[in-house]
Design a protein around this ligand. Structure first.
Ligand code: GTP
Ligand code: MG
Length: 335
């Protein structure tokens, strides 16, 4: 286990305004949110002509409050299967319905890992992906959104980390690096671990929200307006937290033994989860437990090549924040 650079530069907090202005520039304007809502309503109206009881839910970055400007939107169609139609039939039927309206590039991707209908709304220029009955994604979207309301520093940190990951091409699951969802979970875990803690562990508190999805109970404390002062004892700036985040993943995380878990608010051991060996395509080279699907390692996409790239990028970022005279530029230099 390599531990280096434990003290960060003396003037780190002076960088906070630079990072805050980058964060501000990434926040989507409120008109964009309004347009997304509008599109969702008009799609729901179309869908209801065929299936009156079906509902559309936003999930992913357009609804978890970690979305930057001009992202595509993710929609989940919640529909009771009455046994007559398979998921694929529903998808094809949905594509048919949408095709007949004034929408462009309507495509049903029935063979994708998560089958979807893709489309573009020419009125707003917004592209969307619609999946069927993926309610777990709707629930984990709510969990992330609730965490974001507790302390502003989570949203600031996650926006900057996502922006860094996209600039450095380490946010590409098809090439073995991590999803945006995984990065947000890493940020939540990190803020739960600060001393004093900046975020609580909502799944260890008294549940005020509970729903059963695919026979799995998803329960957590969601009255987050009561937690607005939770992180007040900790006054670390966004610049210091950003450095400490990369420093943790570069030099302090124990890749051989540890699993990060926002469900428990702690680190758990790979041995306890039986994640010590490669099974099929699950290599467990960086272990990030999904908060609800606990058998699911969000780092499963990482292979022996991409783990090296990832760790080099964490080190690069930590070193830039430590030594570079102009880190708010160098950090995001395109790869
Ligand atoms: P950007 O589109 O990159 O801005 O981010 P995003 O938040 O939309 O992220 P992403 O495309 O990674 O995932 C979209 C949503 O799908 C997430 O918010 C989750 O709700 C869900 N999701 C993505 N990956 C996983 C996964 O591996 N497991 C589970 N359970 N849900 C996932
Ligand atoms: Mg998305």
């Amino acid at each position: 286990l390599r531990r280096q650079l434990v003290e960060c530069r003396y003037d780190i907090d002076r960088l906070a305004p630079h990072f805050l202005s980058i964060y501000q520039s990434l926040i989507p304007p409120s008109e964009e949110k309004a347009k997304q809502k509008q599109l969702l309503l008009s799609l729901e109206r179309l869908v209801n002509m065929q299936w009156p009881k079906a509902r559309l839910h936003l999930y992913g970055s357009c609804a978890n409050s970690f979305g930057v400007s001009n992202s595509d939107i993710d929609i989940c169609l919640a529909i009771d299967d009455d046994g007559d139609l398979s998921k694929n039939d529903i998808l094809l039927k949905l594509a048919d319905i949408l095709q007949s309206d004034n929408l462009q590039n309507v495509q049903a991707l029935t063979h994708a890992r998560v089958p979807i209908v893709k489309l573009m709304d020419p009125g707003t220029g917004i592209s969307c992906d619609i999946c069927i009955n993926n309610l777990l994604a709707v629930v984990n979207t709510k969990l992330l959104r609730d965490y974001a309301q507790i302390d502003d520093r989570l949203r600031q940190l996650a926006f900057i980390v996502k922006h860094w990951a996209k600039s450095r091409h380490v946010n590409e699951t098809y090439r073995g690096t991590l999803s945006s969802y995984a990065y947000v979970i890493m940020c939540i875990h990190f803020l739960q671990q600060r001393k004093p803690a900046i975020l609580p562990c909502l799944q260890q508190m008294k549940a005020t929200y509970s729903i059963t999805v695919d026979e799995m109970e998803c329960a957590f404390f969601d009255q987050v307006e009561m937690l607005h002062n939770f992180g007040a004892q900790n006054n670390e700036s966004i610049a210091r937290l950003l450095w400490a985040f990369f420093h943790y993943w570069a030099y302090c995380h124990d890749y051989t033994n540890d699993v990060i878990s926002i469900r428990t608010g702690s680190i758990i051991s790979k041995r306890a989860k039986d994640w010590t060996r490669r099974i099929g395509n699950d290599r467990h080279l960086i272990c990030i437990e999904d908060p609800f699907e606990t058998e699911h390692d969000l780092g499963r996409v990482v292979d022996k090549y991409s783990i090296k790239i990832l760790r080099e990028e964490f080190e690069r970022a930590a070193n830039i924040l430590q030594f570079d005279p102009n880190p708010s530029v160098t950090l995001f230099e395109p790869y």
